[in-house]
Design a protein around this ligand. Structure first.
Ligand code: UDP
Ligand code: MG
Length: 331
């Protein structure tokens, strides 16, 4: 896909929560750079329940400017929700996200796009020279990044960087919850996307203050578990739980038979043996795991079918035949 300049190519999605001082400069910088490059673009600012006048400013600016769409949320829902709202209103073929606090540099957008053009579905920014507090931000982030990398199997240096470029088809396939926006690369990986990263600029916050502290680490860990789970078991929970259930139940059964033989074959008393308790626990656990697997299987099917979510993703179909017509007719 080449970025061509005639139809709307590019949607820039910016979540805004109390960033009134940054907004004018942010919009100017983005539009200067994109106009220079001759992109057909739109900027979608999502106001996430700001209380500092960002809402009013955005509303006014959106009426003046032709390149700005302001999506005003009713209250503060958090950055992930704000981004999801932005995605919903984005119409471009490529979607770029960045922060509204001028910490990301809009001058990096063209670099992300040319990388995307090399055949990637997602290009993530890597804040090589990150300008944030060392103890509360950089250290937790470094640890989190390495854990996320290991758990999800996507190796990026910096998951937290908001500056990312996506092909819009990819976004359409993903659902966002919780603090999941930082796991977008991992979710994209589950959807079979080609992912890469490039170093980008990062500036210290000029106005306002960060919306996050150490408390975020905990929520990120919980979301990581969710993503890990999704990646592993999304389409085949029974393989995992059923197997565990069979192993546990199987061992329980064997030990149970052994005890039964002792009791009836050799007349030993088994009522005071710890092994008996183990047998009971193993059998119950096996039963539970097995039925949990079946339930999870049902849930997953409901999940996929209710969303008409296929269990595969097609990158492209090559060769012309009547299949396209067929698809159109059958819809
Ligand atoms: N943000 C948001 N809703 C929130 C918190 C943050 O829309 O509840 C936006 C915020 O305005 C900024 C971006 O998310 O554009 C990143 O926030 P911040 O700069 O505070 O995070 P940091 O860069 O410190 O990680
Ligand atoms: Mg920031």
């Amino acid at each position: 896909m080449k970025i061509n300049n005639h139809i709307l190519d590019l949607s820039i999605v910016v979540p805004i929560y109390n960033e009134v001082d940054s907004i004018p400069c942010l919009l100017e910088t983005i539009s200067t750079i994109l106009k220079q490059k001759n992109y057909a673009y739109e900027i979608i600012c999502v106001d996430d329940g700001s209380q500092d006048g960002s809402t009013k400013l955005l509303t006014e600016l959106a009426q003046e400017r032709t390149d700005l769409k302001a999506v005003i949320l009713r209250r503060n829902y958090g950055q992930t929700a704000a981004m999801a709202a932005g995605f919903k209103y984005a119409t471009g073929k490529v979607i770029v996200t960045l922060d509204g606090d001028l910490q990301n540099d809009p001058a990096d957008i063209p670099l992300l796009l040319s990388k995307l053009d090399e055949g990637y579905d997602l290009v993530s920014g890597w804040r090589k020279n990150r300008q944030d507090d060392a103890v509360t931000r950089l250290l937790p982030s470094k640890i989190a990044n390495s854990i996320i990398g290991r758990v999800t199997g996507v190796n990026l240096h910096d998951y937290g960087c908001s500056l990312k470029a996506y092909r819009s088809e990819l976004i359409a396939d993903m659902n966002l919850y919780g603090e999941l926006h930082r796991f977008l690369p991992a979710l994209a990986f589950i959807e079979g996307a080609r992912i890469t990263e490039i170093p980008v600029n990062h500036h210290a916050r000029r106005y306002g203050k960060s919306k996050y502290g150490l408390g975020r680490t905990f929520r990120v860990v919980m979301d990581l578990l969710t993503v890990f789970f999704m990646k592993k078991f999304l389409t085949r929970p029974m393989h995992v739980f059923g197997m565990l259930g069979l192993v546990s139940g199987g061992i329980g059964l064997l030990l149970g038979i052994y005890l039964t033989i002792l009791k009836f074959g050799f007349g030993e008393t088994i009522g005071d043996r710890p092994l008996l308790i183990l047998v009971v626990v193993l059998l119950l656990a096996g039963l539970q795991l097995f039925s949990f697997g079946l339930l999870a299987e049902l849930l997953m099917r409901t999940y996929h079918e209710s969303q008409k979510r296929p269990i595969y993703r097609v990158r492209e179909v090559v060769g012309k035949s009547s299949s396209e017509e067929f698809l159109q007719n059958s819809n």
